[in-house]
Design a protein around this ligand. Structure first.
Ligand SMILES: *[C@@H]1O[C@H](CO)[C@@H](O)[C@H](O)[C@H]1NC(C)=O
Length: 347
């Protein structure tokens, strides 16, 4: 019987919707339009992808990226959203830092740095589910994770923010909550899955998280129900950020105490403070149409642009400082007391 039902599933067309696409780097700059709107510079450095209307201040009453952008670094031609995370640095034994470059997933060769973005209606590769999701409205934004999480318990408040130590580009397991403790031959992949239940009313909230939450029981993948306070099931937004660590994998350059050498731009050496920001900016109802289309990765309803067009979109940096791309810098940008703030994880 089981064999029969599996066969039947294999013969029908996938009924789930999931899009997965690459976005090239838009800019790496010390700006934080959600947490510190207007501050130029903000406290720490970010790496940003998406629409070129990205500016230091993006309060939703002021702007809609889909209306103000003229290009996007993302593959879908109608996605002017912005997505950002804190970049990773390598800390040398002499205390200086270099920024770790990002590289595309396999299949997205040619893309300059950036990330891979997913919008999931259902669990990856579960073709039987038929649940619907409501696309985000204009002005919607959210943050997941916290730059102040310093312990495993604090990190566990955000269940799906993890790291994968890439043995090769197809490694997907295991995932850890802390930075890998050993060199990763093909790089470090940071996985950020956002909550999938929305209160249905607020485009934002003071901490940029209260208007969203996780399913009441189970997970998005297991189709756990959304709680009454946040009843609207939205797509699961996921980022994969891959760091090319090969320049830094020589153990002779790692700390002598056996700890690992990578540190976020705001000083976290544990990895527990993994966090990401999302600012919705799809044109009109393009995202809803794709989600309703129940297509898988290559969706006819998703208008795409070439990698050349993605790579040719960028904005110039507003904060003029050395961010450690080619030289070793004495302190993380904006973090002049980084040695005091830095937390290391030896367990
Ligand atoms: C610090 O260490 C890096 C990496 O080993 C090296 O390239 C750089 O020259 C060193 N800087 C100083 C000032 O010693």
């Amino acid at each position: 019987m089981l064999w029969n039902s599996l066969t039947a599933l294999a013969l029908v067309a996938p009924s789930n919707a999931l899009i997965r696409f690459g976005c090239s780097q838009l800019v790496v700059d010390r700006l934080d339009p959600l947490v510190e709107p207007g501050n130029t510079p903000s406290a720490h450095l970010h790496q940003i992808i998406g629409g070129n209307s990205f500016t230091p201040d993006m309060r939703h009453d002021v702007m809609d990226p889909a209306k103000l952008s003229t290009c996007t670094t993302c593959q879908p031609a109608d996605d002017f959203s912005n997505y950002w995370t804190a970049p990773l640095f390598f800390k040398a034994r002499n205390g200086t830092y270099k920024r770790v470059p990002q590289k595309p997933n396999s299949g997205f060769e040619g893309q300059i740095g950036g990330m891979t973005v997913y919008y999931m209606q259902n669990q990856l590769a579960d073709f039987a589910q038929k649940a619907k999701v409501k696309a985000f409205p204009p002005g919607f934004r959210m943050i997941i994770g916290s730059p102040t999480s310093g312990t495993r318990a604090e990190a566990d408040k955000f269940p799906q923010l993890t790291y994968t130590c890439l043995q090769d580009m197809s490694t997907r397991f295991p995932e850890t909550k802390n930075f890998p403790k050993k060199p990763c031959p093909a790089g470090i992949m940071v996985n950020l899955r956002f909550p999938t239940c929305w209160d249905g009313k607020n485009l934002d909230s003071p901490d940029h998280m209260a208007h969203i939450t996780y399913p009441a029981t189970g997970t998005f993948e297991s189709q756990g129900p959304c709680p009454g306070s946040h009843p609207v099931r939205v797509p699961q937004v996921m980022f994969e950020v891959i760091y090319e660590t090969k320049e830094f994998n020589d153990l002779a350059q790692w700390p002598e105490d056996g700890s690992q050498p990578f540190v976020y731009s705001f000083g976290d050496q544990t990895g527990f403070a993994n966090h990401g920001d999302y600012l919705f900016g799809w044109k009109d109802d393009a995202l809803q149409k794709i989600m309703d289309d129940e297509c898988f990765v290559n969706c006819k309803s998703m208008r795409t642009q070439s990698i050349e067009a993605m790579n040719s979109c960028s904005v110039s940096r507003k904060v003029d400082e050395d961010i450690g791309d080619s030289t070793w810098i004495a302190a993380l940008p904006g973090q002049h007391h980084s040695e005091k703030k830095a937390r290391s994880y030896h367990a």
